[in-house]
Design a protein around this ligand. Structure first.
Ligand SMILES: C[S@@+](CC[C@H](N)C(=O)[O-])C[C@H]1O[C@@H](n2cnc3c(N)ncnc32)[C@H](O)[C@@H]1O
Ligand SMILES: [Zn+2]
Length: 318
């Protein structure tokens, strides 16, 4: 066993929460490929990044999505400030967080990883899908520590993060309440928690819930191909009507609706989000009252909930 590289010190065994020892595949080599083993003998591979899950489970659609749309929502690539604006408006967190450690759950392509790195905080991100590799490729060199892991088996010591951030994720997990509580568990006493979730009114009004039973079972490549064809075709015949078009058509059409993006970028963004709403295995919006009840059950203080970019944004302290 070699000594534990600094990169891996934050991790604990997701099964028993014991610290790891590390064995490189290639002793004396300069890459970090190897195996993390806890005291009880649970093993996890490190290749490009540490992998704390055997595969992508129910999230392979997201792995595919973020490999395809790596930069579509990343501010530094688009020139827009949407991710930055949504992050600070939603969390109410300060622009500088030097010296703090933030845990980001479900990082996707890293649109918010980038914003958090810009605050001077240490950012520890993970995603269940191979989107983790996308965030790693883009932001490891800027300091992000990324792993492939699940909210249901997190490779960290509970209560050790100054802040926990999770946007765009929990409605896509099988047990939304458990996801909420697992994330809260990672916040240290007095720390901050920010999470968002689709608002339950979507269930009533969004046409996607009338077709998802079918589209989520489609072969992902075929569905992506459909989105690439149907979204531009729809735009040719229909005027821009975001968000009302979604009452009748399960198509995202962001033309003219998102400041800072070019029309060409908005077509790509619409294709991404059409796939994003039709492909996931789980899509479980929540009521405001439910979120507030969970916050109370979790004994959170300073709870604030508002309607934001993705639905309901909740922030609180532990
Ligand atoms: C809609 S994407 C949002 C990504 C990013 N947070 C953003 O806002 O752009 C949802 C992400 O959550 C991840 N995810 C879903 N279930 C998860 C779980 N149990 N643990 C960790 N990540 C999960 C998916 O793989 C996907 O990348
Ligand atoms: Zn273990």
């Amino acid at each position: 066993m070699g000594s534990l590289p600094l990169e891996f010190e934050i991790y604990r065994c997701p099964t028993c929460r014991e610290p790891f020892a590390y064995a490189p595949d290639n002793a004396g080599g300069d890459d970090l490929r190897g195996t993390l083993t806890c005291k009880r003998g649970h093993n996890f591979k490190v290749d490009v990044i540490p992998r704390f899950v055997p595969d992508e489970g129910y999230t392979s659609n997201f792995g595919r999505q973020w490999a395809e749309f790596r930069k579509t929502q990343v501010d530094s690539a688009t020139g827009a400030t949407e991710s930055r604006d949504r992050f600070f408006r939603g969390t109410g967190w300060p622009e500088r967080m030097d010296g703090e450690t933030i845990l980001e759950a479900g990082c996707g392509s890293g649109r918010f990883t980038e914003i958090m790195l810009g605050t001077g905080a240490r950012v520890i991100s993970f995603d269940y899908s191979v989107a983790a590799d996308v965030t790693h490729d883009a932001f490891a060199s800027k300091g992000a520590r990324v792993s492939q892991a699940s909210i249901y088996e997190m490779p960290f010591k509970p209560g050790c993060f100054d802040r926990v951030f999770c946007y765009g994720v929990i409605q896509h997990t099988p047990d939304v309440k458990k996801s909420f509580f697992n994330l809260v568990e990672m916040v240290k006493p007095g720390g901050y928690f920010a999470v968002d979730v689709y608002d339950a009114w979507k269930w009533i009004f969004h046409s996607r819930y009338r077709v998802r039973w079918f589209t989520k079972r489609m072969e992902q490549e075929k569905l992506l191909d459909w989105c690439r064809k149907i979204v531009p075709a729809y735009m040719k015949i229909m005027p821009p009507m975001h968000p009302y078009n979604q009452l009748f058509f399960p198509v995202k059409d962001y033309r003219g609706a998102r400041p800072g993006f070019t029309e060409e970028q908005l077509i790509e963004y619409s294709i991404l989000d059409t796939f994003d709403m039709l492909a996931p295995e789980y899509d479980q919006p929540q009521f405001r009252g439910t979120m507030l009840r969970w916050a109370k059950e979790a004994d959170l203080s300073d709870v604030h909930i508002q309607v934001g970019g993705n639905g309901l944004e909740l922030r609180a302290r532990k």
